[in-house]
Design a protein around this ligand. Structure first.
Ligand code: PEP
Length: 254
């Protein structure tokens, strides 16, 4: 049966020194018996400090982006092989901030996803609708189309290394959260789309997170929903006590 996974997305926050201090504070709060998976997706330069800091906690370290080429003249980019060699296990792909500010499209999200999976990384694939799509009542069509385009060419075997993060764009960093019912319904649409592509078993086993202003106060309610298998957490992942409280809420579900 699918795993509950809580992942933090630090975005462009924290220096290596901040990372060391962060793990000193959070490690005792998340160590010990855990049934949910925990991942910290950190800026590239924080990776060594995060791997060192997370030792013994069971938490895994992820990056926030990866290029689809193995190497070459792509100034400023990082390849999947580079991440793997640094000890990174996860990578976020297709975050709405990448789509909005850095020209990421479903096509490049798909290329990055396939390259990351081929290199042995686990992918947290982000998708979700804009506010106007939610208001026009076309959320289901949008997320279904994104799921199909972003997973094109991904095999059923590779899908076992994919987590989908449903992140309504209007809820990211805004303090607005989807209601538990909205999150459950849309994660359910994504699951049904995956079932149409890969079959019922693959869909049943797929971890689908909700992301969008999830915090220590609303996590339990969101995670209680059948189709919500964890969270991708931005702002609250920078606060050790808040993030640890979300992990505790997920442990009750897992
Ligand atoms: C995110 O960055 O993926 C996110 C969900 O951010 P926040 O929790 O701050 O809304």
């Amino acid at each position: 049966m699918r795993k509950t996974v809580i992942a933090g997305n630090w975005k462009m926050n924290m220096t290596p020194a901040d990372t060391k201090a962060f793990f000193e504070e959070i490690s005792p709060l998340i160590s010990g018996r855990k049934s949910c998976g925990v991942v910290f997706c950190v800026p590239f330069v924080d990776i060594p400090a995060a791997i060192k800091g997370a030792k013994g906690t069971g938490a895994k370290i992820g990056a926030q982006n990866v290029h689809f080429k193995e190497n070459g003249a792509y100034t400023g980019e990082i390849s999947a092989k580079m991440l793997v060699e640094c000890g990174v296990e996860y990578v976020i792909i297709g975050h709405s901030e990448r789509r909005q500010y850095f020209g990421e499209t479903d096509e490049t999200v798909n290329l990055r996803t396939r390259a990351a999976l081929a290199a042995g990384l686990k992918v947290i694939l982000c998708l979700g609708e804009q506010l106007d799509a939610r208001q026009k009542g076309i959320t289901n069509e949008i997320v279904s189309m994104q799921t199909k385009l972003d997973l094109e060419g991904v095999t059923e075997e590779e899908l076992k290394n994919v987590i989908i993060a449903y992140e309504p764009v209007w809820a990211i960093g805004t303090g607005l959260t989807a209601t538990p019912e909205q999150a459950d319904e849309t994660c359910g649409v994504i699951r049904a789309t995956v079932a149409s592509l890969y079959g019922k078993k693959a869909a049943r086993d797929l971890t689908i997170q909700y992301g969008g202003s999830m915090n220590e106060k609303n996590a339990a309610e969101l995670l209680a929903k059948e189709n919500v298998d964890g969270g991708l957490i931005g702002g609250a992942s920078l606060k050790p006590a808040a993030f640890a409280a979300i992990v505790a809420a997920a442990n009750k579900k897992a």
